[in-house]
Design a protein around this ligand. Structure first.
Ligand code: HEM
Length: 504
C-alpha cells in the first residue's frame, strides 16, 4: 500500500501535466474548425460529459458563457445546443427539412420495436403513416372532444378520493399520475388496469429511454455497458412490455371476433378505442405496399402510452406545485373558477374556454417547466447555420428551459406570473418560438389538444372543490421544486398536500 501511494505521488505531477496537455490539445482542436459554433473546453474521450448534470439547467449555464448556439461533445458525438428563440426558429422553421430526423440511440431499438414508433422513427414513410393515424383518427379536435365523458367520470372519481382524505396528507403526485393513467387506459384500451403494474411499466420505460450507454458516446468503453448488464436489463424490460401489449391486443381482437361471429358490426364509433383504430390500420395495410405490421401497432401504442400519461401528469403536477408555492396566484385562479362554477360541484368542459386565467396558468407552467427536453433531432446534411458550419449527423437539442427563462424575452423570468399571458398573443401551438414546450412544425407534438383539455379540466376541478395547503404549516416559498433528470423532467419528489373542502 505504501509503495502504491509513493508511486502515485511520484507520478501525479506527470499525470496532471499530461491531462493539461490533452485539454490544451482538445481546446486547440475545437478551434481547428474555426467556423464551428463556440464550445466549452472538453476532456479527451469524454468530451463535455462531466459539465452536464442530466437536465437543461446545466446546459443553460454553459450557454450563458458560450452563446445561444453552442457545440458540445458528448464523448465523440457532436451535439448542437440552441438556447434562444432565434436559434430555435432557425432550426425548427427556417431550416426544418434538414432537421426532421431524430437522434438514434441503442436503448431505443428495443423500446421502439426498432423505430416503428412515431416519436423516434426516422422521417419517412412509416413516420408519415403513423402521424396521419394519430392526427386524424386519435387526437384530432373532435376525437379529443369525444373523450369528454371519460374525463368527467374519472375527474369525479378523483374528487371523491380527495374528499374522503380531507384533513389528512395526500400524495397528489401519485394520485394525479394514477388518474391520468386511468383516463388514458379507458380512452386507449376501453378499460382500466391495475394501476401499480401499469405505473411500473411506464416509469421503467422512461428510465430505459434515458439510460446512459457508453456504446453510443464512447464506443471504446462499451465494455462497461456489458459489465452493467444493460442488454439483459433492456431485454427483460422489453419482454414485460411486450407481454402487456400482446395481452391487450389479443383482448381486443377476441372481442372483435366475438362481435363478428354474432354478425354485429365490430365496434360502434364511440366505442372505438386507440388500440382498435391501430389494429384496423394493421389490417388495411396488408393490401398495400406499405406494411403497418404488429410491431408498428405496438411501437406506436407504447409511444402514445408514455406521452399520454407521463407528460400530461407532469404538467398538472408542476402547475399545482407552482400554485401552492404562490398563494396569491392560487387565490386568483380559485376566484375565477369558482365564479364560473357558481357552487356547481363540477366545472364542465364547456366552461374551459371562458377561464382565461386558468389558460394563462398552464402557459406559465409550460414556460417554466417544459417537461420533455425537446426530443433531440439530427442534422441530415452539412449546413451553414447562423454563420457557423455544422456537420451532417450532428445531434440537435433545443433548450426550451433556457428559452422559457431568457431575461431578454421575459420580464422577471424566474417568477411564476400567469398575468404575463393575459393580454399577450403568445400561445404554445408552435408559432411563437419564445414558448415551444410542444415543439413545432412537422415533428411537433400531436397531443396538444388531448393534454390541454385534460390538464385544464383537472386543475379547474381541483381548485374549485378544495383548498390545498402544505403540511405542518410549511412556508409555501420553501416548497421543494427540485427537478428529476432523464427523458421527462418531472418533480424529483412527490407533492404532498392537505386538502380541505371549499364548500360545506
Ligand atoms: C403536456 C403534455 C405534452 C408535452 C409537454 C409534449 C411535448 C412534446 C414535445 C416537446 C415533442 C417533440 C416536438 C418536436 O420535436 O418539435 C413531442 C412529440 C410528440 N408527442 Fe407530445 N407532449 C405532450 C403530450 C402528448 C400526448 C398526450 C401525446 C399522445 C397521446 C403525445 C404524443 C407525442 C408524439 C407521438 C410525438 C412525436 C411527434 C413526431 O415526432 O412527429 N404528446 N411532444
Amino acid at each position: 500500500m505504501f509503495l502504491f501511494k509513493l508511486l502515485v505521488s511520484a507520478l501525479l505531477p506527470f499525470i496532471i501535466l499530461l491531462l493539461l496537455k490533452l485539454i490544451h490539445r482538445s481546446r486547440h482542436s475545437s478551434q481547428e474548425h474555426e467556423n464551428s459554433p463556440p464550445s466549452p473546453w472538453k476532456l479527451p474521450i469524454i468530451g463535455n460529459l462531466l459539465q452536464l448534470s442530466g437536465n437543461q439547467r446545466s446546459l443553460s449555464k454553459l450557454a450563458k458563457k458560450h452563446g445561444p448556439l453552442m457545440l458540445l461533445h458528448l464523448g465523440s458525438v457532436p451535439v448542437l445546443v440552441a438556447s434562444s428563440a432565434d436559434a430555435a426558429r432557425e432550426i425548427l422553421k427556417n431550416h426544418e427539412p434538414m432537421f426532421l430526423d431524430r437522434l438514434k440511440s441503442t436503448n431505443l431499438i428495443k423500446i421502439t420495436y426498432n423505430f416503428k414508433d412515431l416519436t423516434f422513427s426516422p422521417y419517412g414513410e412509416h413516420w408519415r403513416h403513423a402521424k396521419k393515424i394519430l392526427v386524424h383518427h386519435l387526437l384530432s379536435h373532435n376525437k379529443v372532444l369525444s373523450y369528454q365523458k371519460v374525463r368527467e367520470e374519472e375527474v369525479t372519481l378523483m374528487m371523491g378520493i380527495i374528499k374522503e382524505s380531507c384533513g389528512s396528507l395526500v400524495n397528489f403526485s401519485e394520485l394525479i399520475f394514477s388518474y391520468t393513467i386511468n383516463v388514458f387506459c379507458r380512452v386507449a384500451l376501453g378499460r382500466k388496469f391495475e394501476s401499480e403494474n401499469v405505473k411500473n411499466l411506464i416509469e421503467l420505460s422512461i428510465v430505459m429511454i434515458g439510460l446512459f450507454r457508453f456504446e453510443d458516446y464512447m464506443p471504446c468503453l462499451s465494455w462497461i455497458d456489458k459489465l452493467r448488464g444493460l442488454d439483459s436489463i433492456m431485454e427483460n424490460h422489453h419482454k414485460k412490455v411486450d407481454k402487456f401489449l400482446e395481452a391487450v391486443i389479443e383482448e381486443h381482437l377476441c372481442k372483435k371476433r366475438r362481435e363478428s361471429d354474432k354478425g354485429e358490426s365490430c365496434v360502434v364509433d364511440q366505442e372505438q378505442h386507440f388500440i382498435d383504430v391501430l389494429l384496423e390500420h394493421n389490417e388495411d395495410d396488408d393490401t398495400t405496399s406499405f406494411r403497418f405490421g404488429r410491431d408498428n401497432v405496438k411501437g406506436l401504442f407504447l409511444d402514445i402510452f408514455l406521452a399520454g400519461t407521463v407528460q400530461t401528469f407532469s404538467s398538472v403536477d408542476w402547475a399545482l406545485s407552482e400554485l401552492v408555492r404562490n398563494p396569491k396566484t392560487m387565490k386568483k385562479l380559485q376566484k375565477e373558477v369558482r365564479e364560473f362554477a357558481q357552487g356547481k360541484p363540477n366545472v364542465n368542459e364547456e366552461d374551459l374556454v371562458k377561464l382565461k386565467y386558468l389558460n394563462a396558468v398552464f402557459k406559465e407552467t409550460m414556460r417554466l417547466h417544459p417537461s420533455p427536453p425537446l426530443i433531440p433531432r439530427e442534422l441530415t446534411q452539412d449546413l451553414n447555420l447562423m454563420g457557423y458550419d455544422i456537420k451532417c449527423g450532428t445531434k440537435v437539442f433545443i433548450n426550451t428551459w433556457a428559452i422559457g427563462r431568457d431575461p431578454t424575452l421575459w420580464d422577471e423570468p424566474d417568477v411564476f406570473k400567469p398575468e404575463r399571458f393575459l393580454d399577450s398573443p403568445i400561445d404554445y401551438y408552435g408559432g411563437h418560438f419564445e414558448l415551444i414546450p410542444f415543439g413545432t412544425g412537422r415533428r411537433g407534438c400531436p397531443g396538444i389538444h388531448y393534454s390541454k383539455t385534460l390538464n385544464e379540466i383537472t386543475l379547474a376541478n381541483l381548485v374549485n372543490k378544495f383548498d390545498l395547503a402544505l403540511p405542518n404549516g410549511e412556508n409555501p416559498e420553501d416548497l421543494d421544486m427540485s427537478e428529476s433528470s432523464g427523458a421527462v423532467i418531472h418533480r424529483k419528489n412527490n407533492l404532498f398536500l392537505v386538502p380541505t373542502p371549499a364548500f360545506k
